[in-house]
Structures are given as structure tokens and as C-alpha cells.
Write a protein that binds this ligand. Structure first.
Ligand code: ATP
Ligand code: MG
Length: 425
């Protein structure tokens, strides 16, 4: 057995995790402005929660699930995406009840699992930040949610990101389109990939989503869903477009975009950017008006998106966006001699209790090495503590940048460091 991380997973070490925390906090702040609240669901679910809602013929369900039978012989899967679990929870916890304010706006962040071929921006354990909004079929909800993602990307500093928009219409429009697509693809069947030949029978819209070259060529002149929208579907799409225009949110219409999950209807969208010459989808979502009912809840419209954390960080990195991650200590305490070890602990704790970020030496190192640590840890102030300081009841607090110093009593230090700290910084 190899004592290494499984293929397609990552350890997030402290330098990176500071960025993760920043991005997560940024998302919480942005989503909060739109009155979203956090939901946390289990990392594993009953297989059935995912299989039929996401779609038996999707790549996620047919190839990428981490499923197993537990010791009680239950068919379990690690969650591959966030929407189905949140809908399951919405229904199970009766958030549809009249006393719960509508729409119900929920966000989540956490690990997702898909058995895929790992590459840049594609892992087996990856992380999504996602949102779901239940109870509004108003196209303003579609637009507000897309605008929220756009605001997030803009304010965090991502550039050259394009909103791709499409509609799948309601079920009548989709059925009409499905038929047209079968008529178009059937004569081309021999040219399609093996997977798409199968998809043609099971779920022809999936062929549009294929990443295979031969399939991409075949669907180039495929009929457009926009020619098959009925009145309701057309009206919804027109409203979404008009409202995006009125907010000044640019988009391109991409009629071959169908999304990798079966539960969508009406509006679907992706935010796509370019990394090292190829397109990368950072965020994707849309409307899913049938999903709550599918989980045996009352008919409830839904809208949401998921964004890939690793892809987001990849793009931020490639675009040279420096995240303002907090760093540095308020105080470093240099400890001179084993005799003052206990006193150093007391002082360190007293300063931490006053709210300061403090580190000290534990290893009895030479003073020079300790000062070097203070520099490397970006300490704003340094205090050296030895026998004589303890005897005299006084220490010198040094500003580690300006080298300015003040001498204060131990009582002042442990009693009211705030005043001293402000005086010297
Ligand atoms: P793709 O077409 O790239 O496989 P998808 O349609 O399967 O994407 P969704 O299920 O819509 O992706 O997931 C939403 C977002 O989650 C994606 O846009 C992407 O940013 C991220 N994501 C999906 N799968 C992975 C993965 N294996 N590794 C990292 N991020 C992922
Ligand atoms: Mg995928």
C-alpha cells in the first residue's frame, strides 16, 4: 500500500488554505447581500438521491460515482454535486412549509467526488461553492442569481470571464426539440462516438454536451432549441435577456450548451474563462423547476449554480490576482534561557487574552535565530525576555520595522498592551 494521497486529491497546505479561507469568506459576504444562508448536508448520500435526479445517462452517474455498499448493505455514494442533496434536505426538512419565508435561499461549500481522469482543474475530490433558491419562478430570480455570481467574480478580481446563456424551455419545448435533434442526428449516427451513439437513443441532448471531437463536428449544424420554444418558454427567456441587458450584464447565447445534469429546464448558464489557451468553466447552473417534486415535495421552482473552487483559484493564479490574505504576528517573544520559559508562557497567554496574535520561541535557540524567526513571521513588534527582564520587572518592546523601542513594566505589558502597541505602531 502506498502511503500517499489517492490519485486526484490534494492536500491544502497553510499557504494555500489562507487563500481558500479568503475566497470562502468573500463568497459568504457576497451571498449574504442577497440574503442567502448556509446549509450543510452530509458528504455521502443514498445512491438514489443522486442517480435519477442527476440522470442515469449522465457521465456523473454512469461513470463517475464513488458508490459502495456499507456494512448495513445500503447503497451509498459520496456526493458528486450539491444540488440533489440540498433538494433532498429541503424536502426532508419541510422547508416548503408556509411559515418558511419564500424564496428559500441557501448556499453551501464543500467537497464533491467524481471518478474522472485528473488534469488541471479536474480532480477526483474537488470543492464547490454553490447556491440554490427555492420557490420563485420569477425570471428576476434567474437574473439576480447570475448577477450574484458576476458580482462575485468581478469583485474578487477575475477578468475576461464570459457568461454563456441558453434555455432548455419547459418540458413541451424540450420534447419537441428532442424529436428534432433525433431526426437530425440519426443520419449522422455512424460518425458519432460510441458513447454518443448510445446517448442518441437514451438522451439525445447529451450528444450536444460531448467533449469528443467527432461529436462536436456532428452537432455543429444541429437544430437550435430556440426554434422550438413555446410561448411560455420564449417569454421566460425573453424576460431573462431583457433583465440581464438592463443590469448591463453581457452574455453570449450558446444553443449547444445543455449542461451535464438532467434536471435543468428554462435558463441554463456557464461562466467560462480561458486558461493556457483552453476554455475552462468556473461556474455553471440554471433552473430546475421539477426537482423538488421529484423528491416528493410540493411543486416548487428552483434555481442555482455551482462553482469549482480549484478552478477559481487556478484562474486567479494564472491571472496574477493577489488575494489580500492576512499574515503576520503582532508580537514575537524572544526567550533567553530555560529559567524564563514559564514566564514567557504567562506573558504570551496574557497578550493573546488581550486579543493579540503572538508567537514565541520554544526551542531555546540563539537570540539571532529567534530574531530571524520574528522577521520571517512578519512580527510587528518583538519583546526579548531573559533573567534580567524578569528580575527588573521591565521589558523593551521594539517595533520590528522602525526599530523604535519603549520600555514598559511587566504589569503594563500584561495589563494593557493595547496602549503600548498603538503607541509604537
Ligand atoms: P465539465 O464539463 O468541466 O466536466 P460539469 O458540467 O461536469 O463540468 P458541473 O457538474 O456543472 O460540471 O459542476 C459545476 C462546476 O464544478 C464546474 O463548472 C467546475 O468548475 C467544477 N467541477 C466539476 N467537476 C470538477 C472536477 N472533477 N474537478 C474540479 N472541478 C470540477
Ligand atoms: Mg464533468
Amino acid at each position: 500500500m502506498k502511503l500517499q494521497k489517492p490519485k486526484g486529491t490534494q492536500d491544502i497546505l497553510p499557504k494555500e488554505s489562507a487563500k481558500w479561507q479568503y475566497v470562502e469568506a468573500f463568497a459568504r459576504k457576497t451571498f449574504g447581500k442577497y440574503n442567502y444562508q448556509e446549509i450543510r448536508t452530509p458528504i455521502f448520500e443514498h445512491y438514489e438521491v443522486i442517480s435519477r435526479s442527476v440522470g442515469d445517462t449522465t457521465d456523473i452517474v454512469s461513470k463517475e460515482m464513488y458508490d459502495f455498499y456499507d456494512k448495513g448493505d445500503r447503497h451509498i455514494t459520496l456526493r458528486p454535486e450539491g444540488t440533489a442533496p440540498v433538494v433532498r434536505s429541503y424536502v426532508e426538512n419541510k422547508l416548503f412549509a408556509p411559515e418558511v419565508q419564500k424564496p428559500v435561499k441557501l448556499y453551501y461549500m464543500g467537497s464533491m467526488f467524481r471518478y474522472e481522469r485528473p488534469q488541471a482543474g479536474r480532480l477526483r475530490e474537488f470543492h464547490q461553492i454553490g447556491v440554490e433558491c427555492f420557490g420563485s419562478s420569477n425570471p428576476a430570480t434567474d437574473v439576480e442569481t447570475i448577477a450574484m455570481a458576476a458580482q462575485f467574480f468581478k469583485e474578487i478580481g477575475i477578468q475576461n470571464i464570459t457568461l454563456h446563456l441558453n434555455t432548455l424551455g419547459n418540458s413541451a419545448s424540450r420534447a419537441a426539440y428532442r424529436k428534432a435533434l433525433i431526426d437530425y442526428l440519426t443520419p449522422l449516427k455512424e460518425t458519432l462516438s460510441k458513447d454518443s451513439q448510445r446517448r442518441l437513443e437514451e438522451n439525445p441532448l447529451r450528444v450536444l454536451d460531448s467533449k469528443e471531437k467527432e461529436d462536436k463536428a456532428a452537432v455543429e449544424n444541429a437544430p437550435s432549441i430556440l426554434d422550438y420554444l413555446d410561448e411560455e418558454s420564449q417569454a421566460h427567456f425573453d424576460s431573462v435577456r431583457a433583465m440581464l441587458d438592463s443590469l448591463g450584464i453581457a452574455y453570449v447565447i450558446d444553443t449547444n450548451m445543455v449542461r451535464g445534469l438532467d434536471y435543468y429546464n428554462h435558463t441554463i448558464f456557464e461562466f467560462i474563462t480561458e486558461v493556457s489557451g483552453s476554455e475552462l468553466t468556473i461556474c455553471a447552473g440554471g433552473r430546475y423547476d421539477g426537482l423538488v417534486e421529484y423528491f416528493d415535495g410540493p411543486a416548487t421552482p428552483g434555481f442555482g449554480f455551482g462553482m469549482g473552487m480549484e478552478r477559481l483559484l487556478l484562474v486567479l493564479d494564472k491571472q496574477g490576482v493577489e488575494l489580500p490574505v492576512a499574515q503576520g504576528l503582532d508580537v514575537y517573544i524572544a526567550v533567553l534561557g530555560q529559567e524564563v520559559n514559564g514566564k514567557a508562557l504567562e506573558i504570551t497567554q496574557a497578550l493573546r487574552n488581550q486579543g493579540f496574535k503572538v508567537e514565541r520561541d520554544y526551542l531555546g535557540r540563539k537570540l539571532k535565530a529567534q530574531f530571524k524567526s520574528a522577521d520571517q513571521l512578519n512580527a510587528k513588534t518583538v519583546i526579548a525576555l531573559g533573567d534580567s527582564e524578569v528580575e527588573q520587572g521591565q521589558v523593551t518592546v521594539k517595533n520590528n520595522q522602525t526599530r523604535e523601542e519603549i520600555t514598559v513594566s511587566l504589569a503594563e505589558l500584561t495589563g494593557n498592551f493595547k496602549e503600548i502597541f498603538e503607541k509604537i505602531n
